[in-house]
Design a protein around this ligand. Structure first.
Ligand code: SF4
Ligand code: SF4
Length: 132
């Protein structure tokens, strides 16, 4: 999993926090979502590697007062009894966390999911849910 939400409380210093953390830890990081303006914003990242790699990245982030980081632990799941594999959810997913497998069945890649709920709202069968 290793998915985290970073909240920028203030960007007035212009400090490139993410870049500094990556340089210091040499971590591989995928940015799954970024909604940031001049003052504040939110980013969702996936840290590629072991839980220890993720722990080092989190510790490095915590040295910066102007950001908060928290792990995203909720999981997207599909009710196989009600899903009709219509694919309506797939095109809406901003991170390609949904796709068809080789048998045209819905497949979920949990590590890519940023819990935006676009698929949950769109599913005509209410087959998708996110654990709260
Ligand atoms: S929109 Fe709902 S029914 Fe259609 S493939 Fe996605 S989960 Fe299944
Ligand atoms: S909640 Fe659904 S649409 Fe949003 S990222 Fe996760 S799988 Fe994709």
């Amino acid at each position: 999993m290793n998915t985290y939400e970073i909240t920028y409380l203030s960007r007035t210093s212009g400090e490139p926090v993410l870049s500094k953390v990556i340089i210091k830890t040499k971590a591989l990081v995928n940015i799954l979502k970024a909604d940031i303006d001049q003052d504040r914003g939110v980013m969702v990242i996936n840290i590629i590697g072991t839980p220890e790699d993720a722990r080092r990245v989190v510790q490095e982030f915590k040295k910066h007062d102007n950001v908060k980081i928290r792990e995203i632990q909720r999981k997207i799941s599909v009710n196989r009894d009600t899903c009709i594999d219509c694919g309506a959810c797939i095109g809406l997913c901003p991170t390609n966390a949904l796709n068809f497998d080789s048998k045209a069945k819905l497949e979920i890649f949990e590590d890519k999911c940023i819990q935006c709920k676009a698929c949950v709202r769109a599913c005509p069968m209410k087959a998708l849910s996110i654990e709260e």
